[in-house]
Design a protein around this ligand. Structure first.
Ligand code: GDP
Ligand code: IMO
Ligand code: MG
Length: 430
């Protein structure tokens, strides 16, 4: 069996949770490796809906190991709350099925506040973040002043680290004319929860190495999507982590030979939450209809997602950047009631045709999509589980994506439910 990395190919919310949950039947270990509780991954199992933010989607299945890797930024209170919510739904979480990297960075309350302050200060150029403190926490990690899970184990050390991080943040807060942070109450709050967090904490790289030696199958669960990657996405309208497949290795401490198959999750149309360029966006009744049929509201912030036609130029580019081996195409059923479907196959930029998405923000806003018109299928695809049962025009739409992007279709998802998927190429058999 192979190890598989599941990566969002667009601007997030492609249906990664559903696919990870479906595939995790065949995996032993599920690893989150970047992002934090800005992610919202929805699983529907036997009519029960689970919305996971920090916990890997494998947590809902019995006898799986779920790992939160070092590349994740963890709000410890949000994590404990999520564990509680899951336990209410009957999911058992303990030290045998949840491991947390001891070197993962913590999100603290002042990160969340700073994220909010910055977003609320701006009249224009808002990023439209989830206000979960993700950006400020990653800034502290790269700035080498972050507090990490392991720091909770030693109060004296934690106190010193707290002085360093608060020195930095209180300078910023003074500049913003905000109340400075008191160290003692924050230390108290952290110490209160430290033993609960620490009991899950381990050197994850070592655990993964041991699991590999035991021939366990690993599924890496990406958050966000390639177009939100801090290097390759629509910068600055991105998240603060690398979301491409390579991040799964850095964010969990293993080498490139660990991953045998990169599965790119592609929604059959395009959505985006927050600000930033979106060439195929439909600010009309067609976009509204896609949003309604696809129930396109953010899992984390409940914001309405912006909707548009499939941008195959972006999908192709993202697949190349992340080395995608196969596509899991999701939400095809959402397009069931459209007579005509459009796929973006190139752009016009200042009168010239281009076949890629440029990197300068002013060009990303200026590109005009060139579309290929496809006939809709006007038939129900919801719940279909066999390729042969798909309407001919749905097959043509899917085959066009495969040929245009030059990437095989691994599976097709036809409803939010775990079992409603068509498997074409098993990513674990590579
Ligand atoms: P993620 O962040 O990539 O895990 O995606 P989200 O869970 O945020 O958003 C995807 C939404 O689409 C969720 O509400 C899923 O239940 C739903 N979904 C996933 N796959 C399908 C599908 O094939 N068809 C339909 N109609 N809904 C789907
Ligand atoms: P999943 O894993 C969709 C977006 C935010 C904002 C930008 C930066 O569910 O696909 P951040 O809070 O990360 O600093 O916000 O990134 N964003 C997502 N959009 N799905 C997500 O996660 C997202 N996580 C962050 O809306 O535009
Ligand atoms: Mg989501």
């Amino acid at each position: 069996m192979s190890n598989v990395a599941v990566i969002g190919v667009q601007w997030g919310d492609e249906g990664k949770g559903k696919i990870v949950d479906w595939l995790s039947e065949k995996a032993d270990v599920i690893v989150r490796f970047q992002g934090g509780h800005n992610a919202g991954h929805t699983l529907v199992v036997d009519n029960v809906t689970y919305k996971l933010k920090l916990l890997p989607s494998g947590i809902v299945r019995k006898n799986k190991v779920s790992i939160i890797g070092n590349g994740v930024v963890i709000d410890p209170w949000a994590l404990l709350d999520e564990i509680k919510q899951m336990e209410k739904l009957g999911i058992k979480i303990n030290v045998d099925n949840l491991f947390i990297a001891d070197n993962a960075t913590l999100i603290l309350p002042f990160h969340i506040e700073l994220d909010e302050i910055r977003e609320d200060l701006k009249d224009t150029d808002k990023i439209g973040t989830t206000k979960r403190g993700i950006g400020p926490a990653y800034e502290d990690k790269i700035g080498r002043r972050a507090i990490r899970v392991m720091d909770l184990a030693n109060e004296k050390n934690l106190s010193k680290k707290m002085d360093t991080i608060l020195f930095h943040h209180n300078l910023i807060r003074k500049g913003l004319k905000k109340k400075t942070i008191d160290k003692d109450p924050l230390m108290k709050e952290l110490i209160k929860i430290s033993s609960t967090i620490l009991k899950f904490s381990k050197p994850i790289w070592k655990e993964i190495e041991d699991l590999k030696k035991k021939n366990k199958t690993i599924l890496f669960e990406g958050a966000q999507g390639i177009l939100l990657d801090v290097d390759h996405g629509t910068y600055p309208y991105v998240t603060s982590s690398n979301t491409v497949a390579g991040a799964s290795l850095v964010g969990s401490g293993c080498g490139p030979d660990t991953i045998n198959y990169i599965l790119g999750i592609v929604k059959a149309y395009t959505t985006r939450v927050g600000e930033g360029p979106f060439p195929t966006e439909l600010k009309n009744e067609v976009g509204e209809k896609i949003g309604e049929r696809g129930k396109e509201f953010g899992t984390v912030t409940n914001r309405k997602r912006r909707c548009g036609w499939l941008d195959a130029v972006l999908v192709k580019q993202s697949c190349i950047i992340s080395g995608v081996n196969g596509i899991a195409l999701t939400k095809i059923d959402v397009l069931d009631e459209f007579k005509e479907l459009y796929i973006c196959v190139a752009y016009k930029l200042y009168g010239k045709e281009i076949d890629y998405f440029p990197s300068a923000p002013q060009d990303q806003i200026a590109v005009k999509p060139i579309y290929k018109l496809m006939d809709g299928w006007l038939q129900n695809t919801k719940g279909i589980k066999k390729w042969d049962d798909l309407p001919i025009n749905a097959k043509k739409y899917i085959s066009f994506i495969k040929d245009f992007c030059g990437v095989k279709i691994s599976s097709i998802s036809t409803s939010p439910s775990r079992e409603d998927s068509i498997l074409i190429e098993d990513p674990f058999k590579h």
